[in-house]
Design a protein around this ligand. Sequence first.
Ligand code: HEM
Length: 501
Amino acid sequence: MNNKRPLEEHVRLFQRYGYGYTITIPGLGRIIDISRPDWIEHVQKTRFQDYVKGKRFRDKTFDMLGNGIFAADSHEWFIQRKVSSRIFTARTFDGMISRTVSEGCGHLQSLLSEHADKPGDSFGIHEIFEDLAMDTFFRVAFNEPVDSLRSSHRLGPSGSSQAEQYKDFSKAFGTAIKVLDMRFVNPCWRMGERFSKSGKEIKDALKVIHGFAGEIISRKAASFRQHSPDSKVFEGGDESTDLLSLFMKHSVATGKSIEDKDLSCFVLNLLIAGRDTTAEACTWMTWRLLADQQDRRRRNEPPSSCLWERLRVELDGLDDYVRRGGNQVKASFDQGRLMPLMYATFHETLRLHPSIPKNIRRATCKDILPNGGPLIEEGDFVLWSDWAMGRNPTLWGADADLFRPERWIDESGSIRRESVYKAHFFSAGPRVCLGQKMAIFEGLQIMKAIIQNFDMELDMSKKYSSDDPASPPPYVNALTLPMKGGLYVRCRKRGGPDRLD
Ligand code: HEM
């Protein structure tokens, strides 16, 4: 519990004991580390039914997530998975998701331009990424235009009651996530929350979250119920492509009524799955790019050798191609083919900074892992660490610790396709990340908007913004991988005056 760097501890234990080491914690049970592609495939695919999230996971998250997809098992999970997967089809991608992301990127550019107009202004880019991911998600989930980016950062008109409510929701969501995170590292969380301020914090936060989500849901549900279920409104146009409408439509089709409270949990699950993961990936990628820039400057290498500049060349080339009448850049397009270096850099970031760095399942029966693996008893936990796998030289070569996007690109300049059980940061098997395509598209478009239009620099007055690529800033020990203290930067418009500070 006191270990501030538990992910490094997985690496250390693996180096010391090898594959399949176990830890037994009194009161919890036996945990077996299975961070190896063939064992993960066995657990997540071959014997999928026999390894579940289980009651402990649900207990910790129930007040926020209820029986939503992230915490559910078996039939409950299957139904939600089936319905939610309909939102991520090619059609919604080309329409709603790409439109929403490009609108968000427009807001991002306006906000960064304001910072660029104030020389020396340092700001937390991690917060901007969080708000941006939240805005995109709200649009996709509810088809509601909520502007957390614009209201939190005072862009454009503010002070409307919707904007204020949304700001409160966003803040409460951040608080609830922090307390939830603590529950995963503190086995005595229930008792702890009774006697510490975090108990009251999460209670208040959940009131705001469920109140706000509930209000939107009641409004949308009322409008849905006004139309007949076969109505065109929910058949063809944009209205059918928000998650909530899809879910309600499913409930009508199957003759099962769903309470507004369950709808609220359904949406909050997706929000928890999609907001911080995407925002954190962008934060770590920004740090990697800026650290690379500083490192090369210090070694007097030409600016053109920096990843930032090389990405710019690729992105400008892509825009030129489109301007000259090349294929329209559609969201559903293979991003890897359109901008291989960007795609590779995003994936290399996730290899070393996986947004969900570790995960756990409970065995519901006895089993033996393949290829000489250990015996698993019913009730044992299996754990995998994507953090440790990303740094395993057996899987990634002797330079596994180095940030080197080129490892994702083959001799012909195309993206090298890795096994999903090795490059496992979006998970794999039937519970593979549902938002993977959306996350890659969103992450790449956000970073594209920044790299093509701004120059950026780390704010070195913040100690945690280490500029040493070999020693990244620390993370917060949580369910996801937030950068401790956040990432503070300065920016200027591309091609502006030389110095940023
Ligand atoms: C860089 C961004 C992202 C990463 C690295 C990521 C990674 C993951 C991982 C590792 C899991 C498995 C979690 C588990 O089994 O406990 C997962 C599940 C999931 N992700 Fe993502 N995710 C990202 C973004 C998103 C986005 C944007 C959405 C949608 C809005 C999303 C929706 C989901 C859902 C619904 C699940 C649960 C799937 C299930 O249990 O069937 N994710 N994600």
